[in-house]
Write a protein that binds this ligand. Sequence first.
Ligand code: BG6
Ligand code: MG
Length: 219
Amino acid sequence: MNRTKGIIFDLDGVIVDTAKFHYLAWRKMANDLGFDITLEQNEKLKGVSRVNSLQQILGWGNKTVTETEFEELMSSKNDDYLARIAHMDDDDLLPGVKKSLDYLTQNNVPFALGSASKNARPILKGLKIEQRFKAIVDGNDVSKAKPDPEVFLIAAEKLGIPPQECVVFEDSVAGIEAANAAGMVSVGIGDKEILKEADYNFADFTEIDDKFLEQIVRK
Ligand code: BG6
Ligand code: MG
């Protein structure tokens, strides 16, 4: 009998185009504080936890804030972000994602979510795909943020599949680093110049066909 590998999906920028809303919300916050964030700087924020993102952004703007102000900034950024994604539904799945999930389901390939976001569950619910994941590991479940491999190692454990037999789909440099550190196969979704450490690269899921999925999941 053919056995399969386990698949772990990042959420933001892989399954759904929330990455741009994280950027817009952080940019608005920075603008309100009197500075700007470039798209290049934003690449460094992808996959990075809310706390670590804010620390990095304040560093770029040379801003020092009190602990209370830090908490307030995190909370207002999150409110702004949630308002931007409030009307998300299954039409917002990125192109090609549903087809790939369908292929995995039809072929009994187990898949999990491995996301830094603390908003992952409500987003998956909005997209109407929450029930399809065998395990969901998000920013509420980890003590160490990407590029630490913890989120993916917990996901592998929940899938009951050894790390070296898992494949990770990621759009961030931090996430590819985390997948590689976990000893997993890494698939970069996005700019291959930026995600050059990935084992495989695709611009998006429309480039991923059943043949690639079949090849990558069989042991
Ligand atoms: C990651 C995003 O998936 O989650 C980051 O790429 C974001 O941009 C991080 O900062 C944390 O998300 P949240 O929803 O908990 O603020
Ligand atoms: Mg991402």
